[in-house]
Design a protein around this ligand. Structure first.
Ligand code: PHE
Length: 455
């Protein structure tokens, strides 16, 4: 039985919207297109889709099963299932990863606020060339005061929602936002695909060129699948812990995974045709979406209205993700350390702001962080890769070993099916969790380490 003080989603749809709110965010609209662009397009997309199906869905279900049964934060959940063991450290890594991701995610999320402001003040009303758009972007990211202020502002918004509790606030916002976001993305995709030269973008996105596959491509696709679905750090354990009794959990989990993947592909349908149309390089890196999108708005009727709606939705989509990142950390301090929700949200959110500063300075404002310790990699990308790819992969593999060999597939299935709703293909679920996930993720990680292809 859920304790009243921890809170609960109002129903299955409430959970779906909140979990989709966590999953859908900058990962789909910012990270997916630029990772695909950096990793050769179609082949990356194909491997990403394979990882979503073979690893993402089983891991979503595993995390939700643990959350529903234990009704705890990631550390507490492992403590409850195997007291006195080292397993809670897997939850601990998840909490740490939550911090690590939030500290760079807030910086990118801050950029969306600046673009929203730009849209509100009419900057994207006229047609912008790629060069004009690029210089606007550079102006923003190299300005230390703006970059730090905007990440701080975004974290402040996150703190304000999280301190208010999980159910009402998050649910209420996401229920309206998610369908709206979908509609606007579809309109933008139609516009983008019909731009002159847009078809080349579709070919790039969907026609796999297998000669482009390297260990880095496979690693990035794996990381992207986990990152986008909010997996490998216990966000879905936490969200599953608020799942109400009597509702269909397997269906809810699979729906979220499909919804999230569809939004990523939709973002690809917007970005790639547009970038081929305006002649931006697909491998332009983290700025890709920010540089390309303004050039589509100008070519739409009422383009500025679209720009306002789009950046508002993007900022809110990012917010529903940062909420889930902070929520993991907060739920740990509330459940395990006995802190109040209010204190946890403020203390941890402010702590995260300080962690975010180096990433905010990593795009030109500070030479030290922009070329971190002479590695040629900026501090933000380093964190994105470290926490968003490696740490999540490590978390996912540990989780599958736990569910497959320690807790047991039958216990996981019993939790998923607790309300009588059956998981389709339970044997496949067991096979994927026990064999495919540990072997595939393990092989990728070992291969990366052995070959030294970290980036
Ligand atoms: N899935 C979120 C996104 O795609 C990011 C995220 C990762 C959120 C991990 C929570 C946990 O934007």
């Amino acid at each position: 039985m859920a304790t009243v003080s921890r809170g609960q989603w109002s129903g299955r749809m409430g959970f779906i919207f909140a979990a989709a709110g966590s999953a859908i965010g900058l990962g789909n609209i910012w990270r997916f297109p630029y990772s695909a662009g950096e990793n050769g397009g179609g082949a990356f997309v194909l491997i990403y889709l394979f990882f979503v199906a073979a690893i993402g869905i089983p891991v979503v279900l595993s995390e939700l099963a643990i959350g529903r049964t234990t009704q705890r934060n990631p550390v507490g959940a492992f403590k409850a299932l195997v007291p006195g063991s080292l397993w809670p450290w897997v939850g601990g890594l998840g909490v740490l990863t939550g911090f690590g991701i939030l500290a760079f995610y807030a910086v990118i999320a801050g950029w969306t606020l600046s673009y929203l402001w730009g849209a509100l003040t009419g900057v994207y009303g006229g047609v912008l060339t790629a060069d004009e758009s690029l210089s606007l972007f550079n102006e923003l990211i190299t300005d230390p005061t703006k970059a730090i202020f905007l990440s701080g502002l975004f974290l402040l918004l996150t703190i304000l929602v999280v301190r208010g509790g999980v159910s009402k606030g998050i649910e209420r916002v996401t229920k309206i936002l998610m369908p709206l976001l979908l509609i606007i993305l579809v309109i933008l995709a139609i516009r983008s695909v019909t731009l002159p030269g847009g078809m080349d973008g579709l070919v790039y996105l969907f026609k796999p060129d297998f000669s482009k596959i390297t260990v880095t491509v496979v690693m990035s696709a794996l990381g992207q699948a986990l990152f986008s679905l909010s997996l490998g750090m216990g966000a879905m354990i936490t969200y599953g812990s608020y799942f109400p009794d009597g509702e269909n959990l397997p269906n809810a989990g699979i729906t979220v995974a499909i919804f999230d993947t569809a939004i990523a592909i939709l973002a690809g349908l917007i970005i790639f045709p547009a970038l081929f149309s305006v002649g931006v390089e697909p491998g332009a890196g983290p700025g890709l979406v920010f540089v390309v999108l303004p050039s589509i708005f100008g070519s739409l009727p009422a383009g500025n209205l679209f720009a306002i709606a789009f950046y508002a939705l993007l900022a809110i989509a990012a917010l529903t993700s940062t909420i889930s990142l902070l929520e993991v950390v907060v739920s740990y301090f509330v459940d395990e350390k006995g802190w109040s929700r209010n204190k946890s949200a403020w203390v941890l959110g402010i702590f995260c702001f300080f962690l975010a500063i180096p990433s905010a300075l990593a795009n030109g404002a500070s030479p030290f962080f922009s070329d971190f310790m002479g590695t040629g990699v900026d501090f933000l990308s380093l964190n994105n890769n470290l926490w968003g790819n490696y740490s999540l992969s490590l978390g996912a593999i540990a989780l599958c070993i736990f569910v497959g060999y320690k807790w047991g597939i039958s216990n996981a299935l019993a939790s998923l099916e607790a309300s009588g709703h059956k998981l389709p293909a339970p044997a496949l679920f067991g096979f994927l969790v026990r064999y495919v996930c540990p072997v595939a993720v393990g092989a990728v990680l070992i291969y990366v380490i052995v070959t030294g292809n970290y980036f």
